[in-house]
Design a protein around this ligand. Sequence first.
Ligand code: PGA
Length: 253
Amino acid sequence: MRPGLILRAAADPQALAVQAADLIAERVRVKPELSLLVATGSTPMLTYAELARRVQAGTLDLSRVTAVQLDEYLGPDSLGLDDTDQRSLWGWMQRSFVGPLRITRTVRFQFGEDAQQTCTHYDAQVSALGGIDLAVLGLGPNGHLGFNEPPSGPDAPTRVVPLSPESQVSNRVYWDREVPRQAVTAGMTVILAARASLLLVTGEHKRSVLRRVLNGPATPELPASLLGGPDVTVLADRAALGSALAGSTAGGS
Ligand code: PGA
C-alpha cells in the first residue's frame, strides 16, 4: 500500500457510517470549531444520518463547526443552479447535512456574475477560516475528488471545470434530469492542504479504482491517489476492499 495512508475496513455501509461518525465526532470533541469540507454523493449519506441521529439524541454538538461546500454544478448560463433545483449540491448539502446536523456556520460557492470570481471568493473564505481541518470525501469512479476530474495535479486550483462524460453518466443516477456539463470545485490545492482527510468508499463498483488509490502510483490521472501526508484515512467497506485487505494493515469491524 502507498505510504502515508491509514486504511480501515468496515463490514458494510452501515458499519462504515458508524465508524466514520465516530472519527468525525472525535475530531469535533478535540476541536469544536472544526472546519469540515463536506462531500455530497451517495457514499457519505449514511454517515451524515448517523451524525444527525447523535445530534438529535443530544450526544453530539456540531453548532460550532463550519461546514464548507466541496463542489457545485453550473447551469447553462455558467452560474449556479437555483438552490431549489433538485440538482443543486448546496440544496443537497442543506437537506442531508446542514439542516439535520444543526450546523449554523457554512461556506458555500456564492454566485454573482462571474463563476471564476466565485472561486476566488470561496478560496478567500476558506483561508479566512484558517483552512480545512477535516475533508470528508467520496471517491469518484474515475478517481475524482470533488469535481477535480482526471487529470488534476496537486496544483489544480479552485475553478470552473467541464464534467467528464463519465461523471455525467455516473451522476445521472441521482435524478432523472439532465446532468449539468460544468461545475465549480474546491481545488486540489484546498483538498490536499486539509489537515486531515477521510475518504469514504463503499461498494464493489469502487473496488478497482480503490485498489489503484491504495497501491499507487500517485498520479494526476487519478486525483484521489494524490492524497497523502500526515493524516489521511481511507475507510472502505468489504465490498469495496475485496482482496485489497490481504497484506494490508487495515483494522476495524
Ligand atoms: P458517490 O460519488 O458517493 O455517489 O459514489 C462519489 C463521487 O463521485 O465523488
